[in-house]
Design a protein around this ligand. Structure first.
Ligand SMILES: Cc1ncc(COP(=O)(O)O)c(C=O)c1O
Length: 405
């Protein structure tokens, strides 16, 4: 076979190692409690499903749709921004519908980047933030996420000064997957200023805008005056409305970037199935109590997991947002690294988590729990984890991890 250079740049997905082991264990009859993938388990609210069903009975909706999304959905998106963040956007030139935000992010990178371009991305990071750029031929320069905003901007400045060619684009994602880091509007203002001062384009991924707890509200970059001059922001219906399989996302902001993505997508796709777009309008314009209910479910699961881990002697920080808990590997197991520790939890506690290394080398001291198991199963998982940690590393796990017995 010939070489496929673009594919050669994509290493095998680390998460599939745990996914495979999980599948094998389940086939062998084991009950694995799965906190692996951030794949919401709840049903889509009934009024959204009803709209899909109704729209699917209408023959005109079975035709090819519009690649950038129908006007009424783009209008629903810009109205949502107005209500939610007080931001004015033009549905014709400043909004585009994407087939999930992951597709939109990857294709935006392909539309804007070329071989040799340099992109800044926080580390650790959600894989498509990095690999979307790599697929497009760009090089990614990691910027360590630090506790303080000042330090983060120092790291950004150092990266800009040391990279040649100068970075063209920077990816942001707050609330952040996987670390759950959150920021305030002041931070977003600094991002926009930094972009302007350093001639950088910003792509901000706001997938977890709604999944905020304890009074915290995630800012939109679009709330900052001048944000539209420097970048775009992505949002997704997957998490806020329990619609991951529906594949509805969108981007808003800078006209040139939206136009570039629109042009590229017009070659690639004919748009989302029209009934899905009609249902997405119902989600954005309809009652929002369902979002509050979904957030409350994640909050309860978060509290159950955090307090249970605490009791099991594994203290972790309580996240203010996202559907994840980012847990530092307990000290006695740290030398194993996150992949072997995740294998250990699977074998000994019957619990699947994502190894932090899957989000980049800086994630290797952590594992990520996605809050997709109910409270009862979360408590069951805690019992398994407590027993596994108390038993310690088995001979087999020690062998796998190269830890001396
Ligand atoms: C930060 C982040 N961005 C984007 C996505 C993908 O969302 P979508 O379902 O809209 O493609 C995810 C999914 O987990 C995510 O965590």
């Amino acid at each position: 076979m010939k070489d496929f250079p673009r594919i050669k740049r994509l290493p095998p997905y680390v998460f599939s190692v745990i996914g495979e082991l999980c599948l094998r264990a389940r086939r062998a009859g084991e009950d694995i409690i799965d906190f692996g993938m951030g794949n919401p388990d709840g049903p889509t609210p009934p009024h959204i499903v009803a709209k899909l069903v109704e729209a699917a009975t209408k023959a005109p909706n079975h035709r090819y749709s519009v690649s950038r999304g129908v006007y009424k959905l783009r209008l629903a998106i810009t109205d949502w921004y107005k209500r939610r963040f007080g931001v004015e956007l033009d549905p014709d030139s400043e909004a585009i519908v994407t087939i999930g935000s992951k597709e939109g992010i990857a294709h935006l990178m392909l539309a804007m980047l070329d071989n040799g371009d340099v992109v800044l991305a926080p580390t650790p990071t959600y894989p498509i933030h990095q690999y979307g750029c790599i697929i497009a031929g760009a090089q990614v320069q990691g910027v360590p996420l630090s506790q303080s905003g000042d330090q983060f901007f120092d790291e950004m400045a150092a990266a800009v000064n040391h990279c040649w060619p100068r970075p063209k684009l920077s990816i942001m994602n707050f609330p952040h997957n996987p670390t759950t880091a959150t920021v305030d509007l002041g931070f977003m203002k600094r991002v926009v200023d930094f972009a302007r001062d350093n001639d950088l384009i910003i792509a901000h991924d706001l997938a977890y805008a709604d999944l905020c707890f304890d009074g915290y509200r995630a800012p939109s970059m679009m709330q900052v005056a001048g944000a539209k001059e420097v970048g775009v922001e992505f949002f997704s219906l997957s998490k806020s409305y329990n619609m991951p399989g529906w594949r509805v996302g969108f981007a808003v902001g800078n006209r040139d970037m939206i136009a570039a993505l629109t042009r590229l997508k017009s070659y690639y796709d004919y748009g989302m199935f029209a009934p899905v777009q009609v249902a997405a309008i119902a989600a954005l314009n309809g009652p929002q109590e369902c979002v509050a209910g979904i957030v409350d479910t994640y909050r309860r699961r978060r509290d159950t997991l955090i307090s249970g881990l605490q009791r099991a002697g594994w203290p972790v920080i309580k996240p203010r947002a996202t559907m994840f808990v980012w847990a530092p590997i307990p000290e006695p197991y740290r030398a194993m690294g996150s992949l072997e520790f995740a294998k250990f939890l699977l074998a000994e506690a019957k619990v699947a988590v994502s190894p932090g290394i899957g989000f980049g080398a800086d994630g290797d001291g952590f594992v990520r729990f996605a809050l997709i198991e109910n409270e009862h199963r979360t408590r069951q998982a805690i019992r398994g984890i407590r027993q596994a940690l108390a038993r310690g590393v088995t001979t087999q796990a020690r062998r796998m991890a190269g830890v001396a017995s």
